[in-house]
Design a protein around this ligand. Sequence first.
Ligand SMILES: [Zn+2]
Length: 125
Amino acid sequence: MWVERTPAEKRLYIRKLRLRRIVVSSLAFFGTAILVCFIYGGFSAAAKGSYFVPASDILQRIPIAITCGFFSGILCFLLFERKSVLICSKCESSKMDDGQTSCACGGIFQRIEDIKLISHEKMLR
Ligand SMILES: [Zn+2]
């Protein structure tokens, strides 16, 4: 059964989503930066005869690695923008937020950050 979250639970849920978005974006930044810093791309690898950047060239690749990582992180941050999921309080069907709050069953769609799922065993306690 879906019940309303308390304001504290709502803040905690939103904070958790923000943290997840930041962690994913940071991983994209570091992953891209490390790949660009230590691995050659297709044409460069073919020209150099190896996929791995020699130690002497790593230092000069750091600025471009940070730049690529930055754009990768920003792109990831923007793509992970939270689209709200709506849940019908009556029939429990779900959909992405499209501005329509009434369900065909007669129930009302609510944002998932406003409600939480509680098991029937928890309700009986
Ligand atoms: Zn419904």
